[in-house]
Design a protein around this ligand. Structure first.
Ligand code: FES
Ligand SMILES: [Fe+2]
Length: 423
């Protein structure tokens, strides 16, 4: 349980708020790079700030104030140029550092004017990695982008899936350190939705440990030996807004206090023998949360999670909760957020910020079955594998994978696209 005041401290993310200041110390994924293929500008709201993301004709990414400093027009309707984004109202041109490069009419009537020098828009750096675009909204010096080793794996097919979630980011992130929900939400409730009252293996014990880049949760379920990697290695609640499960990452990106952008990145290694495989472009697609009749989608893993998070309320009222033995990881995470907020107040780098370029270039996260993703599995072994047996029949995590994305996946893997069971 948290007091209302402490709950506000953890959930408010605007500029100048304690958590907003902490989260601004980290690179955050904000979009799939392929989202800018069809249209090179995208309006985004991040940490309560309205911004526009763009890719100019020179291939540079920018993330700048949504509103033009001239007379406040919406720059998400701007025109990209060889260098920068031009406002569609009177043509002022801005580069990715926020500098005003041109004021077309003023440049004609008063070429010597230095008005431009004083006109700057808010601008944040953007980096592309593995089909994702990451932004850093904090103070200088900008730390290097932390590149997790999974993002550098080769011979794989990747995709980015986004969803707009109408609730605060923290209830989403607390789910990253919540092993028992797998048994109930994803196993038992899924069975019940299909008309079965069968119960899956019970959790017998859980453990939580902290490491530099987050927390590990470990579990023993009925019938599972203690030598299992679920107990010896565990899974990663990635600090401060992520979740890492080997074949995929999930990030819960705070849009504002009441909205979260879910960004999931998936990797599928081509079967052994299909190397080399180089993916031309990483597709990005949006997974819907509700059916056309308004009912929440409950058939896919991440859709189930989202349904739970939204059900906790727009901002979960933690003054009314009863934490129990399964919530020890959540208590550890909350304490860490409070402690790191204090570090930022003292002017120190908080947990997980890597300043060393070489160290940031390859961060290896704990993962039991890394060999499967690096070396691949023979296609004959897919039906016996926990993950790949599901992947060859569709997308178990997110509802609504477009047909062309499935077809591209099937072709990369060399599997029959007709195996899909997507409902
Ligand atoms: S409002 Fe943007 S150039 Fe005038
Ligand atoms: Fe889940």
């Amino acid at each position: 349980m948290l007091s209302e005041e402490r709950n506000r401290t953890l959930t408010q993310v605007g500029p100048g708020t304690p958590m907003g200041e902490l989260l601004r110390r980290y690179w955050m994924p904000i979009a799939g790079a392929s989202e800018l293929d069809a249209r090179p500008t995208k309006a985004v709201r991040l940490l309560c700030e309205d911004l526009v993301l763009y890719k100019d004709k020179g291939g540079r990414y920018g993330l700048i104030d949504r509103h033009c400093p001239h007379r406040r027009a919406d720059l998400s309707y701007g025109m990209v140029e060889d260098c920068g984004l031009r406002c569609n109202y009177h043509g002022w041109l801005f580069d990715e550092a926020g500098a005003c490069r041109e004021m077309p009419y003023d440049d004609i009537v008063d070429p010597a004017s230095d008005l431009k020098v004083g006109v700057k828009v808010k601008a944040y750096p953007v980096r592309e990695c593995a089909g994702l675009l990451f932004a850093y909204m904090g103070p200088a010096p900008v730390p290097p982008l932390p590149v997790y080793d999974a993002l550098t794996w080769t011979n794989g097919w990747r995709e980015v899936v986004t969803s707009d979630i109408p609730c605060n980011w923290l209830q989403c992130q607390e789910n990253s350190c919540d092993p028992v929900h797998f048994e109930w939400m994803h196993d038992n409730w899924s069975a019940r939705l299909k008309g079965s009252e069968a119960l899956s293996a019970k959790h017998l014990k859980v453990a939580f440990e902290e490491f530099e880049h987050g927390f590990l949760y470990k579990r023993v379920r009925e019938g599972q030996p203690e030598g299992s990697p679920f107990w010896t290695v565990g899974r990663v609640a990635l600090w401060p807004i992520g979740f890492f499960l080997g074949q995929h990452f999930e990030w819960r990106v705070p849009v504002d206090d009441e909205n979260t952008l879910s960004i999931a990145w998936f990797f599928a290694r081509v079967p052994k023998g299909r190397e080399p495989y180089v993916q031309k472009s990483v597709p990005t697609w949006k997974s819907p949360l509700t059916h056309p009749n308004g009912e929440w989608i409950s058939s896919h893993v991440i859709n189930q999670d989202i349904l739970a998070w939204v059900g906790q309320g727009r901002i979960a009222d933690r003054s009314k909760e009863y934490l129990s033995a399964s919530d020890r990881g959540i208590v550890m995470m909350r304490k860490r957020y409070f402690d790191e907020i204090e570090k930022v107040r003292r002017g120190e780098d908080p947990k997980g910020v890597v300043r060393d370029e070489a160290a940031a270039a390859c961060i290896v996260l704990p993962l039991a079955d890394r060999a499967q993703f690096v070396e691949g599995l023979a296609i004959e072994d897919w039906p016996k594998d926990r993950l790949m047996s599901k992947r060859m029949r569709g997308h178990p995590w997110c509802y609504g994978q477009p047909d062309e994305v499935w077809a591209d996946f099937a072709s990369a893997m060399g599997i029959d696209p007709g195996l899909r069971e997507e409902g």
